[in-house]
Design a protein around this ligand. Structure first.
Ligand SMILES: *Cc1c(COP(=O)(O)O)cnc(C)c1O
Length: 399
């Protein structure tokens, strides 16, 4: 791990040397899955080797301390207590565990934001159909972010849940997570925050945000392995939540006719885990914490803003990001080019971007009449040279 004192700028060359993938591709798909740094790869490989040599149970026993330390890493990352953290297979499972533990009656209201992620929204639809709850979208402010004043005006005793995505999958918008939290706290309404695209990119403090539950993934800006995620549930709420599905890990079978839910957030977990991936997740979080999320965020913003400035000057190219203050996800389209064709042309030049389809954020895409858009999501380890290559490749398309 490159050792840069926190008061100095990040040593990008050292960080790139620590990122094997950076030598092969200009990777601007960090909102999809970032390139893993060496310590993450090593943590997972070592554990696989141990499993091969010792057996899976024996390897987990040998690594018990490191495995249990992953909860502490997550807790430190978001300023929570270790007992408030569950580790999951991905962010969606974490979110489902949180959401499906809520109960709704006919007429109960679920408030959400326009750029809500598809996985979350289809779950709202299912639960609304089953229970008679309604789903309502909080209006945006003039920049396209959720408007806290509009949210406040919607609150009444039937609002049972505020569930929003902090940074959506389809652009740089940052919803006002802490302003939403203030309103939720003031009215005692449960607040579930999807922090998938925020974690590893900006610093997160659940106490400052005021959310009750937060979900995140390992593979995106955190630079962890695929198939990892976590759930935070605030202490005061934990006792009141019964997971929609349980097993004998989250709810030990204590008497023939009785189970007892675990007191901590691990009541939302099941018994079997991918320990190598968990160790990779822990290594990724420790790596991010050692760099300092403030520095990470500053560099991400710098690169994303440079991309917006350069692309914004290209004719026939439209930037689609909303919000005043934007994160490191830049979405755009080019007249006369299908997004998928642009992605493929860039891929052929060793440049990775991704595309975002209307169906992944359908409300927002319909509201703004968005096509399939191209998504460039830089990370701190991207170099200025890589950015230049990317701009050149886009300009070449234009010709
Ligand atoms: C990627 C993403 C998810 C899902 O995360 P998984 O780890 O794939 O389950 C949820 N919400 C948002 C906003 C995302 O970008």
């Amino acid at each position: 791990m490159p050792d840069t004192p926190v008061n100095q700028p990040l040593d990008i060359d050292a960080l790139r040397a620590d990122t094997p993938g950076a030598a092969h591709r200009a990777h601007f798909n960090n909102a999809g899955a970032a390139l893993m740094p060496l310590p993450v790869i090593a943590a997972m490989k070592q554990h696989l080797d141990r499993e091969a040599m010792l057996g899976g149970y024996e390897a987990a026993e040998a690594e018990a301390d490191a495995i249990s330390a992953v909860y502490g890493s997550v807790a430190r990352l978001i300023n929570a207590d270790t007992s408030e953290i569950a580790l999951t297979e991905n962010a969606t499972v974490a979110w489902q565990m949180a959401f499906y533990a809520q109960s709704f009656r006919p007429g109960d209201r679920i408030l959400t934001a326009r750029a809500e992620y598809a996985a979350n929204y289809v779950a709202f639809l299912q639960v609304a159909r089953r229970t008679g709850a309604t789903i309502e979208v909080v209006p945006d402010d003039e920049t396209g972010a959720l408007n806290p004043a509009a949210l406040n005006a919607m609150i009444d005793e039937r609002v049972k849940l505020i569930a929003v995505t902090w940074i959506p999958t389809n652009g740089g918008l940052i919803n006002p997570a802490a302003a939403i939290g203030k309103i939720a706290r003031r009215h005692g309404i449960t607040y579930l925050l999807d922090a998938c695209q925020a974690v590893g990119q900006i610093s997160i403090d659940v106490a400052e945000i005021g959310c009750d539950m937060l979900t995140a993934t390992g593979r995106k800006f955190l630079r962890g392995p695929r198939g990892t995620g976590f759930l935070y549930v605030r202490h005061g709420l934990l006792d009141q939540l019964e997971p929609a599905m349980i097993d004998h890990f989250g709810a030990p079978w204590v008497e023939p006719d009785r189970y007892a839910l675990r007191p901590d957030a691990r009541r939302f977990e099941t018994w079997e885990k991918n320990y190598a991936s968990r160790l990779g997740l822990g290594a990724a979080i420790d790596y991010a914490l050692a760099l300092g999320l403030e520095r990470v965020e500053a560099r991400c913003r710098l690169l994303a803003n440079r991309i917006r400035t350069e692309l914004g000057a290209i004719p026939h190219l439209t930037l689609h990001d909303l919000g005043r203050d934007r994160a490191a996800i830049v979405s755009f389209s080019i007249d006369g080019y299908a997004a998928e064709a642009v992605r493929a042309a860039l891929a052929a030049k060793g440049i990775s971007v991704s595309v975002s389809k209307p169906s992944s954020t359908l409300l927002d895409a319909s509201f703004r009449d968005l096509p399939v858009i191209i998504r460039a999501s830089p990370h701190y380890y991207n170099s200025d040279d890589e950015l230049d290559r990317f701009f050149d490749a886009i300009r070449e398309l234009e010709r």
